[in-house]
Ligand binder design. Structure first.
Ligand SMILES: [Zn+2]
Length: 447
């Protein structure tokens, strides 16, 4: 009798609770209050939240270490062009730029101003920039760390792709002009890892090659302050990864480590094995894995071959459930599908790039869908990068932060006005997105 009675009691309580709360807590399709008022109020609160920037490439335009690849000439989306009038606002906000356009003559003022400040401020130059934008700390996703970035403010995320290109890359490099730029840079990166670990030539066996890879990961993590590894593999090949056996990988390695050009299929199988090895090591070492998951620049970036959903077999593989994955750029422009991957406990999203390509009106809608789905799994990043003189790392930090704050305030204001969440819940979500969720992925390493 007892279980029955207690169940009846429970049902009764639920009915009572529903009756009490439904009057105040049912959401509806149209705002019942002025969304703009809530937006303005929230925006001023959101501006006070110190930010953790989960993805950026801080650096000066003449610094080759800012990325492990280089941008080939290609067409930029509208907002990233040097004709974007918002860049004038950025220059005014950051450098008290005195003009209202970026004509060649006026832009010179900006170039000189940055050079002057860089000389005056040294290591504080980029930290001062973070201060202006209320970014507490940020990721520096770079080939190597720069001595002009203060390690208290910038944490390193290194690139792990180059381990997948150890053989003769003649075919790889010749595929198109973009690969002709990218692959030699991967070769250079691999040579840098080898000299870092005092490895004079490619090890003779796969076993020793894997040991070398692990040595680099551990060295970067323990001695160089790295908090995560990053893949931009979508730029270099398909992100469909098969599951070859160790014996298969061993055989391919044995055949090509000392010379010879591997046929494409064999090279891909070997790379698939190495990628999975790196992902597994990321779990063992508590070194989260960041993956470029959006469209990319250049005429030959293959959107369907690098579609974020291609990664699903890896992301949902129980063998990698200890690895934290961060989907950099949120799968854009498939961010609405990609958010459902964040239902997996070890998968997180990053909105960088989205807020630079999308204007606030469009970004608000994407972010709102994320906030309504897995608000505890989404993180903010700028993808700041020295694109050109007008859109430097400085201006792209500004553009990313401004757009994200406006989009966030707008999305949350709509959710409040349609009865989805309370204002205090909205601020909790804002803190999580701009800071808390990303920070929780690197315990003791970031704040
Ligand atoms: Zn990036």
């Amino acid at each position: 009798m007892r279980p029955f009675r207690s169940r009846a009691l429970c049902v009764g309580m639920v009915v009572l609770m529903l009756a009490v709360t439904s009057a105040v807590a049912q959401s509806h399709p149209y705002p019942t209050t002025d969304v703009r008022d809530i937006y303005t109020r929230l925006l001023s609160q959101i501006e006070k939240i110190p930010i953790f920037d989960h993805h950026a490439h801080p650096g000066f335009p003449d610094d080759p270490d800012v990325d492990a690849m280089a941008a080939p000439p290609g067409s930029s989306p509208l907002r990233e062009r040097d004709t974007n009038p918002e860049l004038v606002a950025a220059a005014k906000a950051l450098f008290q730029y005195p003009y209202d356009d970026l004509s060649t003559e006026h832009a010179k003022w900006l170039v000189n101003k940055k050079a002057e400040l860089k000389k005056q401020q040294g290591i504080a130059y980029f930290s001062n920039l973070l201060d202006k934008l209320n970014i507490e700390q940020g990721v520096a996703n770079r080939a190597m760390m720069a001595d002009y970035l203060d390690p208290k403010r910038f944490v390193w995320v290194f690139f792990a792709d180059s381990f997948m290109w150890p053989f003769d890359n003649k075919h790889e490099t010749g595929r198109n002009v973009d690969q002709g730029v990218y692959i030699p840079l991967q070769e250079k990166m691999l040579r840098r890892w080898m000299s870092q670990e005092n490895v004079k030539q490619l090890p003779g066996t796969l076993d020793d090659y894997l040991k070398f890879i692990t040595q680099v990961l551990e060295d970067n993590q323990k001695n160089k302050g790295a908090i995560a590894m990053k893949f931009e593999v979508a730029y270099f090949r398909s992100t469909k990864f098969s599951d070859p056996s160790r014996e298969q990988a061993e055989e391919i390695y044995k055949r090509y480590a000392s010379g010879g050009v591997p046929p494409e299929q064999e090279y891909r199988s070997f790379q698939d094995y190495i990628f999975r090895y790196l992902v597994r090591e990321g779990g063992r070492l508590h070194l989260p894995v960041h993956i470029h998951s959006a469209v990319g620049i250049g005429d030959y970036f293959n959107i369907s071959e690098s579609n974020v959903m291609n990664l699903e077999n890896i992301l949902r593989d129980p063998r990698y459930s200890d690895t934290i994955f961060v989907l950099i750029h949120g799968g854009y422009p498939l961010e609405r599908e990609a958010i459902w991957l964040a239902s997996v406990k070890n998968i997180y999203m990053d909105s960088s790039l989205m807020e630079v390509v999308m204007y606030p009106a469009a970004f608000k809608d994407s972010l709102k869908q994320w906030l309504e789905t897995f608000p505890d799994k989404i993180t903010f990043g700028t993808d700041s990068f020295p694109y050109n003189d007008a859109l430097g790392a400085e201006e792209s930090y500004w553009l990313g932060v401004q757009t994200a704050r406006m989009g966030l305030a707008g999305a949350l204001a709509e959710m409040i006005a349609t009865g989805e969440i309370t204002e205090s819940k909205a601020l909790e979500m804002a803190h999580a997105y701009l800071h808390d969720t990303a920070v929780s992925l690197y315990p003791g390493k970031v704040h």
